[in-house]
Design a protein around this ligand. Structure first.
Ligand code: HEM
Length: 507
């Protein structure tokens, strides 16, 4: 019934817009009607084209400027609108009203691949971005995550180098596993994430059939100012489905836009995908209870139960790809009262980087675009700049002032964090690089283990530096001897040398 209604509505909309197009004048950007859109003005039948043809000049100028810089990572993306319905009452944990029982909050979601450019194939082995913008009654909250629960590195200072090693070689412009594994073999903290990426989770069959993870710990703060640390997990109600190594070339040969087509095809049929939002919760004192640093984003919180808090449903394909999916700007720093960042060193770097790149990529006033604009009034003293359209009126553009009454509610002050010691530049104490990679390997089915090993062998066979190859193998061996042995054998490497190197590694 619902499906029929939705399809009828789509057909009606298509009809309305088609008939409107027939009725309306074609205009220039100033709204003036155009007389002839097929022939330029010329000086007689054989003369040059006239500069006074402002419709022609405007068309060419606008075309010349159609591109904005694509995202430096996650350039290939697909967006959809929907809503999030909170079911649980989380007032014991947070004052954020997106988490009030029964509250429905509109969302915009963007799924993406990470490394390749805007038009690249969607089947590439890559993490998938899973970004959710909640338009809450207290302002926008962006949960900018991935389809895997952890990340490759734990300190933002390594991020530009990490991305450079994965991006195409600056000489050949080709992605090169030799460069990637040069970086990874010098970054043992990446071992667990590689075990995820090279499993078939690295090639999802559908955006609808993958989970999402906030990855970092965040803080929830309740009305009494009490803090809890949480991790977020979107569980797909469609289940998980991945492409096997054998399926990838077949799918890619038919359609390298398969993930977008799958999502938009489902939405057009009214087969709206859903994800349940789960949280894990720790009291601050419990962070110390783990053999690893609980604020290290290369770690999952093992043994901490998850509870379901609500459900997100995607319902609508945006009507304009560029003005929604391309111009959307997600940032981990975009939070609302009751949600704060944890001290995770990666998250702390991300708090700066996203809004910074968006000022460059989209423009200074990118937050005023409809896709990014909060659904609540924005009242502050930011002003002017490229394409400003705040509609702000009045003379008072400073604070403090006695001439205007703008409240600052102390209830919304950031929570306080007790500190000790001096400033420092030091790695975290509890690294535990390999244990969770081994656990992940052992959790896989026999066929998934086979594919993981085969996928790694394919890329690691391109490593040209023997020391790098053996170092990387020693990480997998340390994670799980069977795992390391299988990859080593696949590469025809000396297993006893791998074993000896692994024996020298810590935790
Ligand atoms: C310090 C580490 C990181 C830095 C500096 C960084 C930086 C960036 C930048 C500059 C963008 C482009 C944003 C834009 O142009 O709008 C981006 C996009 C993105 N990043 Fe990161 N990133 C980091 C780590 C991570 C991690 C750990 C995750 C996953 C948990 C992640 C997930 C994403 C996603 C999903 C997008 C795409 C957002 C969208 O759909 O528009 N990033 N990142």
């Amino acid at each position: 019934m619902f499906k029929t209604k939705k399809i009828t509505a789509l057909v009606c909309l298509a009809f309305l817009s088609a008939s409107a197009a027939h009725a309306a004048d074609l205009t220039r950007d100033n709204g003036a009607p155009v007389g002839d859109n097929q022939n330029s003005q010329t000086a007689g039948p054989g003369g040059p084209v006239l500069l006074q043809d402002s419709n022609l000049i405007e068309k060419l100028q606008r075309f010349d400027r159609e591109r904005i810089p694509e995202r430096v990572v996650h350039a290939r993306g697909t967006g959809a609108f929907g809503n999030f319905v909170e079911e649980a009452d989380l007032s014991d944990l947070t004052r954020a009203n997106v988490f009030e029982a029964g509250k429905t909050t509109p969302v915009f979601v963007r799924f993406s691949t990470v490394i390749n450019s805007g038009g690249s194939p969607e089947e590439a082995r890559d993490p998938r971005g899973f970004s959710v913008k909640f338009y809450t009654e207290q302002g926008n909250w962006d949960l900018v995550g991935n389809n895997m629960p952890i990340f490759f590195i734990r300190d933002a200072i390594k991020f530009p180098d990490f991305v450079h090693s994965l991006k195409p070689d600056p000489v050949t412009n080709l992605q090169d596993p030799n460069r990637m594994f040069d970086f990874f073999s010098h970054s043992p903290e990446s071992t667990a994430m590689l075990t995820w990426l090279y499993s078939n989770r690295g090639t999802p069959a559908s955006y609808r059939k993958m989970d999402g993870f906030g990855v970092h710990a965040f803080k929830l703060v309740n009305a009494k100012g009490e803090i809890h640390y949480v991790k977020f997990h979107w569980v797909s109600r469609q289940g998980i489905e991945n492409l096997t190594p054998a399926q990838i070339p077949v799918v890619q040969g038919k359609d390298f836009n398969n993930l977008t087509r799958d999502l938009y095809g489902a939405l057009a049929k009214g087969d709206d995908p859903k994800w349940d939002l789960m949280i894990q919760v720790l009291k601050p004192a419990q962070l110390a209870d783990f053999p690893y640093d609980a604020l290290d984003d290369t770690k999952e919180w093992k043994g901490v139960p998850e509870r379901k808090v609500g459900t997100m449903t995607l319902t609508k394909v945006p009507a304009n790809f560029f003005e929604s999916t391309e111009e959307s700007a997600f940032a981990p720093s975009r939070m609302v009262p009751g949600i704060e960042p944890s001290e995770d060193r990666m998250l702390q770097g991300r708090l700066f980087s996203y809004a910074d790149t968006q000022i460059y990529r989209v423009g200074t006033n990118y937050m005023q675009l409809p896709i990014n604009r909060p659904r609540v009034p924005v009242t502050n003293n930011h002003q002017a700049g490229e394409l400003a359209d705040s509609k702000k009126e009045g003379s008072i553009n400073y604070d403090p002032t006695g001439l205007q009454d703008l409240k600052q509610n102390p209830e919304y002050r950031m929570t306080q964090l007790p500190l000790t010691g001096t400033t420092q530049q030091r790695a975290i104490a509890k690294k535990m690089e390999f244990v969770q990679a081994g656990e992940r390997y052992r959790s896989l089915s026999a066929s998934d283990k086979h594919d993981l090993v085969a996928n790694l062998v394919t890329d690691m066979s391109q490593i040209t530096n023997e020391e790098n190859e053996y170092t990387e193998l020693s990480y997998f061996y340390k994670a799980d001897p069977e795992f390391g042995t299988r990859v080593a054998k696949g590469l025809k490497a000396d297993v006893s040398r791998v074993q000896a190197m692994a024996a020298k590694l810590e935790g």
